[in-house]
Design a protein. Structure first.
Length: 65
């Protein structure tokens, strides 16, 4: 199992819709998606949060743009 090079937490690698690799936290998270704003209907998906959100050292991995 790979670990984050910065904080040492376990991660796994996913891919974005564009095919780029993204580090993901190992702990699944419920993701709520608004699918009908007028009726406030949400869908719940079980997914993984990007490690960039939870890593205390994420800023050092950001690319300038």
């Amino acid at each position: 199992m790979p670990n984050c090079n910065s904080c040492g937490r376990p991660i796994h690698w996913g891919k974005t819709e564009n095919g780029k690799r993204v580090p993901l936290d190992m702990k699944p998270k419920n993701v709520y998606v608004l699918i009908n704003p007028e009726k406030e209907i949400y869908a719940v998906y079980r997914g993984f949060e990007t490690h960039f959100v939870t890593c205390p050292n994420a800023a050092q991995h950001r690319r300038g743009g």
